[in-house]
Design a protein around this ligand. Structure first.
Ligand SMILES: Nc1ncnc2c1ncn2[C@@H]1O[C@H](COP(=O)(O)OP(=O)(O)OP(=O)(O)O)[C@@H](O)[C@H]1O
Length: 605
């Protein structure tokens, strides 16, 4: 309502904001009486906003206190997941701590969704969802079936119920003909998927809040099944009936199962299993294990990453990085030691917060940073320096602050600033009007200092081809004081290691000798050139197979259909590809990078 108008957002016209301010001021003033307010009471006005900066200054000044509600840290997530995840007692701690380590940056709603999906996967995998016949045989009324996992998000559960069982259930719902039920379900999918008659899939709603439950009904037409007088429920993943049910469940239950309330004698408690059975409610126990959490995370991560910009743990391992042993060791010392020996680093010593990787383009700097995040199982937040630069005054500084705030929410975390020279150039030399870049660099330095002071599990890595352009203050002790040179794989031995890493997932013919290929490569080849060589060789192999098949489309089709068919790359494919490749760097460029390296190693950076 009171958005900043200078950021081009909707709402917040000056007249509207001014009227709102007046209302707030008079509502807070002692003695004034607003319609609908009692004269003897002072009122408290609360305002909620997703981002503090989006509320304009005039409106913001009306409020005396600001309370920032951050996503939960590891301890908070642990508490929540302990209550949300439905595990066997003996494995619970292990599953919860695994889930905690994987959910940095998740807000409680995401954690709830995670628990719901995981427990539903558990129930579905263990084949616990009863079929209608089965329910009837057990004397349970199967006319209408409601699946709830901990009561949080009925829609998610619906998307998990096996088609067969749901089809049977919905067929059994009287009065739910084609006209009444605009959703139809894709029987070809092993999971249920709701679709509108025009074939579009309804937008997923992850919101499980009190107010949003009605929107869940709207989004999933099949949910008409839940409307009163539905009173028979199958509880999926509800291992413990004595678990207190959160308020949203109570409201959900009131909305959907009016006849079934009260279900327990003690407020929100669901009562005993026998009590549920007496009411015709079947209870399905689906205990969540670690692999259920992993599967649920896989599904939810993409959505969460889009929503909150949460960093991810990348899928790059040490084996994917060929050679670069020294750089690997320097980086491991920066990250692994403080993570493994927190006690030593908490004794007052300011630890190093990060390192600057420098060297020619395409030599594996980004790859190294990703591998360290995977290897230490920490989150990875990658930002390209120029991405943070914005033409609006103050916007770049805000983006820098926001990046570090995101990193704090996602700790333990590696923040990787690619092309750092664009974000933190030497101050006083930028030549920009009003020293805009200088302010950005100062903000960046302030945030870097904040990281080391906090002693938090955040590691800042920068990468650049031109360390000489970076403001020297960034490289001072306590900031990015470790400079790691990442160079070309110059000798055939290093090239061989890179080739081995790059062809790790290839199917190589028996005649392939990578050391011969490495010997034949020009000395100026970078890691990226070797990557291009492998990709080209694969293409050559592909063309060869197509040529060998001649006009026989049928043969190609058969090959593609073979379950274990994967293209075999031969030595000639590699050598053919090599003959068409030129190094991406010239002699002069390499000499330039070497000169920069010598200057830094001599301490003259
Ligand atoms: N040592 C290496 N081992 C395996 N692959 C490598 C290696 N070095 C580079 N590559 C390949 O080259 C690609 C590009 O590498 P990367 O993006 O890490 O280079 P960079 O040094 O960060 O480049 P830039 O400075 O242009 O950002 C990688 O995706 C990888 O496939």
């Amino acid at each position: 309502m009171g958005a900043q108008t200078d950021q081009g957002q909707k709402g917040g016209s000056p007249a509207f904001v001014s009227a709102l301010r007046n209302c707030i001021a008079s509502g807070c003033n002692k003695g004034s009486v607003q319609p609908g307010m009692r004269p003897d009471r002072k009122s408290t006005i609360l305002m909620a906003s997703c981002t503090e900066d989006s509320v304009g200054g005039p409106l913001r000044r009306c409020f005396t206190h600001e309370l920032k509600v951050e996503p939960p840290d590891a301890a908070g997530r642990n508490l929540m997941l302990q209550s949300y995840l439905n595990c066997q007692e003996d494995t619970k701690d292990h599953v919860v701590s695994h889930a905690v380590s994987q959910t940095a940056g998740f807000v409680p709603r995401d954690l709830k969704a995670l628990a719901t999906i995981a427990s539903t996967i558990a129930a579905v995998e263990s084949d616990l969802l009863p079929q209608v016949d089965d329910l009837q045989a057990r004397g349970l009324n199967s006319e209408k079936v409601l699946t709830i996992s901990q009561g949080y998000d009925a829609q998610l559960n619906f998307s998990e119920v096996p088609t067969a069982s749901f089809k049977a259930c919905s067929a059994a719902c009287p009065g739910e003909g084609e006209a009444d039920d605009p959703a139809h379900f894709d029987a070809s999918n092993s999971h249920l998927s709701a679709r509108h008659p025009d074939g579009t899939v309804p937008a997923p709603s992850w919101d499980t809040g009190e107010g949003s439950s009605s929107s869940v009904w709207r989004h999933v037409p099949g949910m008409s099944c839940l409307e009163p007088p539905c009173r028979h429920a199958v509880m999926v993943g509800q291992g413990n009936l004595h678990t207190p049910v959160p308020p949203v469940t109570a409201s959900l239950r009131r909305k959907t199962l009016p006849d079934a309330v009260p279900m327990g004698s003690s407020g929100h408690s669901m009562g005993s299993e026998q009590e549920a059975a007496a009411m015709g409610i079947a209870v399905v126990h689906g205990y969540t294990e670690q692999h259920h959490v992993d599967k649920a995370l896989e599904r939810i991560r993409e959505h969460v990453a889009l929503e909150v910009g949460a960093p991810k743990i990348p899928d790059v391992s040490w084996e994917d990085v060929g050679g670069l042993e020294e750089a690997k060791k320097a980086i491991l010392d920066t990250v692994e030691l403080p993570l493994k020996h927190r006690e030593l680093f908490s004794s007052g010593l300011r630890r190093r917060s990060g390192a600057l990787l420098y060297g020619p383009p395409g030599v594996g700097k980004t790859l190294l940073a990703k591998a360290i995040a995977t290897e230490c199982s920490i989150n990875f937040l990658s930002v390209k320096g120029p991405e943070l630069l914005n033409m609006y005054i103050g916007e770049s500084e805000r983006l820098v602050r926001e990046t570090f705030a995101r990193a704090r929410r996602a700790r333990p975390c590696v923040v990787f600033f690619d092309e750092l020279d664009a974000l933190a150039p030497s101050r006083g030399a930028a030549g920009d009007s009003g020293g805009v870049m200088d302010r950005v660099v100062s903000q960046f330095l302030a945030e870097l200092d904040g990281m080391t002071d906090d002693n938090t599990d955040i590691f800042i890595f920068g990468a650049t081809n031109r360390p000489d352009l970076i403001d020297p203050a960034v490289l001072r002790p306590g900031r990015m004081d470790t400079l790691v040179y990442v160079g070309l794989p110059q000798d055939p031995g290093s090239k061989l290691k890179v080739l081995q890493a790059l062809t790790r997932k290839f199917r190589l013919a028996v005649d392939v000798d990578l050391s011969v290929v490495a010997e034949a490569c020009p000395a100026r080849f970078t890691g990226a050139d070797l990557y291009a060589l492998c990709a080209d060789a694969w293409m050559v192999a592909m063309k060869r197979v197509i040529e060998e098949a001649g006009d026989s489309q049928q043969r190609l089709f058969e090959l593609g259909e073979l379950p274990d068919f994967s293209l075999e790359v031969c030595q000639t494919d590699l050598l053919d590809a090599l003959s068409n490749l030129q190094p991406s760097l010239s002699e002069a460029q390499i000499e330039e990078y070497e000169a920069i390296r010598r200057k830094h190693e001599a301490g003259g950076g």
